[in-house]
Design a protein around this ligand. Structure first.
Ligand SMILES: Cc1ncc(COP(=O)(O)O)c(C=O)c1O
Length: 458
């Protein structure tokens, strides 16, 4: 069957495609958006309408759409060597990319284990932590701490680390060992630490220590933290938070995993989010932005000490993925990093992030905007029913506001972003890193008009 018209695509999509995290019934009466091409920070649907890609797809399209040089890198690699596994073999693109990542990563994070996705990266880090401690004779360490409402992926292990009860319940029992600690949402800080950001950060970090002591230090393998927590609407770390967490991890011999699936590769103006906030992780997990989405690739970068027990005798990391470090993806990643260097992508973010923040901050004059928070090109706007009391929407109101109105209205107005209620209701923005003031203004104008209308519908 050839699909040539928008109508045929609609019919076929409704009949055959299963979209991810999507309430399929939402499209019983309406069209499924079909995006057919992209150029720079814009994408176009099958009717030719243009949208500003305010979420970089899904935190992925760092250098924007339509870069033929990345397509050419993929084509060249596929012609030369389309596939070979990293199981007992190497191929040049994987070696080059691992070397380049080791050079970019902070401190002695020198060893790269590739995956194809973020969830696999998160799971790989957990498996490594478990096996590493067994090889070191610390047999009891298997638990992992992570923060309330944090998203770390959907496969069973990653889901056990994820802190979103609503997307976990149907899949219980999950692998044991996931333990929750508070996140760094200062807007919703408990009263006794709500007056001072640093005091709040100190408390949130100390909660990690309390959790380690409660669980038993000998049973805890790792703490998973994003530099800026995505889910819940962009929670940056309070000053000193990560330094304190690092001390706590060192005190109890627990590994610090910086889950940078979103925050690496320029989202915060640095190659790694941990660089921005000045802490040394034991493992960085990554995916998304490394290839700017021109091919799938993820992985983890680990400190020298973590591979040491695997470098002698018979010991082997008993883990592998067929397509991990795929030659085409690795070649694309190298071309992507070339663009980062040549076009000064990180400098663009650092030079313009102040403008992005200031432009979004303008929205604070709207009665529905409770908080604007984030760093770099990564922001969340929390929506509230009452600014003075910070009262949020109940489930019905959230349903009507976010699903019933906002998501569709923002898209119709030409902006791809995310209206999310996995914590309190937020609109999230993470545009391609090539965006400048004109794009921020466009985002602000669309948000202003749609959020103003939303207020009339409460
Ligand atoms: C912090 C974090 N970790 C892990 C994942 C899972 O990545 P993937 O969807 O590639 O499996 C995501 C996805 O958004 C993420 O944001």
């Amino acid at each position: 069957m050839t699909l040539s018209s928008p109508e045929e695509f609609q019919a076929a999509a409704k009949q055959h495609l299963w979209m991810h995290f999507t309430r399929m019934s939402a499209y019983n009466d309406g069209d499924i958006p079909v995006i057919v091409r992209g150029s720079g920070p814009y994408v176009y649907d099958d009717k030719g309408k243009r949208y500003l890609d305010g979420l970089a797809g899904l935190f992925v399209s760092m250098i924007g759409h339509g870069r033929t040089e990345l397509a050419e890198a993929a084509s060249k690699q596929a012609s030369e060597l389309a596939y070979f596994p990293l199981w007992s073999y190497a191929h040049p693109s994987a070696v080059q990319l691992a070397t380049r990542l080791a050079e970019l990563a902070p401190g002695d994070l020198n060893r790269v284990f590739f995956t194809t996705s973020g969830s696999e990266a998160v799971e790989s880090a957990w498996k490594l932590a478990k096996q590493y401690f067994k090889l070191k004779g610390e047999y009891g360490r298997y638990k992992v701490l992570s923060r309330d409402i944090a998203y770390h992926g959907t496969s069973m292990g990653a889901l056990a680390i994820t802190g979103l009860a609503d997307i976990k319940g149907d899949f219980e029992p999950l692998p044991p060992g996931g333990v929750r600690v508070p996140n760094t949402n200062f807007y919703r800080a408990p009263d006794f630490v709500a007056d001072d950001l640093e005091t709040f950060g100190g408390w949130a970090a100390d909660e990690i220590e309390r959790a380690i002591l409660r669980e038993g230090p000998d049973s805890v393998a790792a703490v998973y933290l994003e530099p800026v927590q995505n889910s819940g609407g962009c929670f940056p770390p309070p000053p000193g938070y990560f330094q304190r967490v690092r001390e706590i991890c060192d005190r109890y011999g627990v590994l610090l995993v910086s889950d940078e699936v979103i925050c690496a590769f320029g989202r915060l103006g640095y190659y790694f989010g941990s660089e921005r906030y000045g802490y040394q992780p034991d493992i960085i997990t990554f995916a998304k932005g490394l290839t700017s989405g021109y091919a799938p690739l993820g992985g983890m970068i680990v400190r020298d000490q973590l591979i040491e027990p695997f470098l002698t005798g018979h010991s082997t990391f008993l883990h592998g993925i067929t397509f991990a470090g795929h030659p085409v993806s690795a070649a694309v990643a190298l071309a992507n990093l070339d663009v980062f260097e040549r076009d000064n992508i990180l400098s663009n973010v650092r030079a313009n992030e102040g403008g992005f923040r200031a432009t979004l901050e303008k929205l604070r004059d709207l009665p529905i905007v409770g908080d604007v928070r984030g760093d770099g090109y990564f922001y969340g706007i929390e929506l509230v029913k009452d600014k003075a009391t910070k009262e949020t929407f109940d489930d019905d109101e959230s349903e009507r506001l976010l699903r019933g109105f906002l998501s569709g209205a923002l898209f119709d107005a030409g902006l791809v972003c995310r209206a999310d209620d996995r914590g309190d209701p937020v609109v999230q923005l993470a545009p391609p890193l090539i965006c400048t003031q004109e794009h921020f203004d466009e985002i602000e104008q669309i948000l202003r008009s749609v959020l103003t209308e939303a207020w009339t519908k409460i």
